[in-house]
Design a protein around this ligand. Structure first.
Ligand code: GLN
Length: 249
């Protein structure tokens, strides 16, 4: 990316960072901010908790995973003006990465085991429900947009795609959305939902840069690609995770 005259800013909203942040998910915030800084972009991370409003100039949202208990409180806070603000922001080009418990609450609803369903904000055309089995292990996904993606799943939730939903990719190792239809995650505009903890982005630099580019495009209208990074360490970690997933399947 040809650098703007001054380091452009990039506003990252970390949704419920204190409550929805398990299995290394905060590593996604570290990857987004550091990869932006390496390109001379000055990122700002704003943590949005219960009762706190969504800023009207967010470029990238991050929404991590969390247990059912946290999801109940967060769901109550999300449904209404905040959910509408997130939908509006994504419609206007903001990027989103959501993982597991966060992903589930961005669909139509998530029904915890043996409990009443929690309403989602309907960003993704998906519906989720807790199953009786817990899916735990390494995951390898093949995607059209980002090539191979590696991560770690730990969820009992089963997510089913509606007719308007486009999966993030196809599961080649692991269970993914529901362990049945071979899909993992969902993509809508510049928003991603998936079950890939780990953290996801440090080992999948192409996806990290895709989110940063989308955020920069929203703020500055630039369509240019980011300057390439060597990504030697990231690629070693990516290949090592693929080897581990293949050994442990
Ligand atoms: N409570 C949800 C489930 O078990 C989400 C868990 C998570 O975020 N890892 O499916």
């Amino acid at each position: 990316m040809t650098q703007p005259s001054k380091p452009c800013d990039l506003k990252i909203a970390w949704l419920y960072g204190a409550r929805m942040n398990i299995y290394g998910d905060r590593g996604n915030i570290i990857a987004l901010t550091q990869r932006a800084r390496w390109r001379g972009i000055d990122p700002e991370v704003v943590e949005i908790g219960i009762g706190e409003p969504i800023p009207d100039d967010v470029d990238i949202f991050f929404f991590g995973g969390g247990q059912d208990q946290e999801q109940i409180a967060v769901s109550r806070d999300l449904v209404g003006p905040k959910g509408k603000a997130i939908n509006r922001a994504v419609d206007n080009g903001a990027a989103m990465l959501s993982i597991c418990g966060g992903y589930q609450l961005l669909g139509h609803e998530y029904r915890p085991y043996g409990a009443e369903p929690l309403p989602g904000i309907g960003l993704f055309d998906v519906t989720s429900e807790a199953g009786s089995e817990r899916f735990i292990g390494n995951v390898l996904v093949e995607s059209n947009e980002w090539g191979s993606l590696v991560g770690f799943e730990n969820h009992s939730g089963l997510t089913w795609l509606g007719s308007a939903a486009t999966p993030m990719g196809k599961v080649t190792i692991g269970r993914g959305n529901n362990g049945k239809d071979g899909t993992e995650g969902v993509r809508f505009r510049n928003a991603i939902g998936c079950y890939l903890h780990g953290a996801l982005l440090p080992k999948n630099p192409k996806l990290a840069d895709w989110l940063i580019e989308a955020g920069a495009r929203r703020r500055h209208g630039t369509d240019a690609a980011l300057d390439a990074l060597s990504d030697t360490t990231e690629q070693i970690a990516h290949r090592s995770a693929i080897r581990r997933a293949k050994q442990m399947r």
